[in-house]
Design a protein around this ligand. Structure first.
Ligand SMILES: *[C@@H]1O[C@H](CO)[C@@H](O)[C@H](O)[C@H]1NC(C)=O
Length: 121
């Protein structure tokens, strides 16, 4: 009796883990403005994310594209940007990453900040 209950629970846990990955690719609460990922500006925000990360960790990475981006206003006049992007690593393999960036549109790139950068793989 006890053993069959354990067997039934394991597939449910595996399913919950799979759903968690998909849920992570939706913007966090507050990011309600959908940005146009085809614009030069949003592509620059993506390149900035990858460049800061690769310099910080001294690894080879190359920005490829941004598949979704949402923003929310910050109290200081800037914006927070949450994005899902694709980048290749040292072996040329493309991976999916989620980054969060703060910045003021139109300002110098050096004032921008990379707040988080995580692989989804
Ligand atoms: C690139 O990513 C792939 C897939 O995640 C991984 O197997 C490989 O080790 C990575 N290569 C480098 C040089 O980081």
């Amino acid at each position: 009796m006890k053993q069959s209950a354990v067997v039934a629970v394991l597939p449910l846990l595996a399913m919950a883990a799979a759903l968690q990955v998909a849920a992570d690719l939706a913007p966090p609460a507050g990011y309600t403005k959908e940005e146009d990922v085809t614009t030069y500006f949003i592509q620059q925000v993506g390149k900035f994310s990858v460049n800061v990360y690769k310099i910080a960790y001294m690894i080879y990475m190359n920005y490829v594209s941004t598949s979704q981006c949402w923003s929310k206003p910050a109290e200081d006049g800037g914006n927070y940007y949450w994005m899902v992007l694709s980048a290749t690593n040292g072996s040329g393999t493309a991976g999916t990453y989620v980054s969060t960036v703060w910045g003021i549109p139109g300002s110098e790139s050096k004032t921008w900040k990379l707040l988080s950068f995580n692989s989804t793989n």
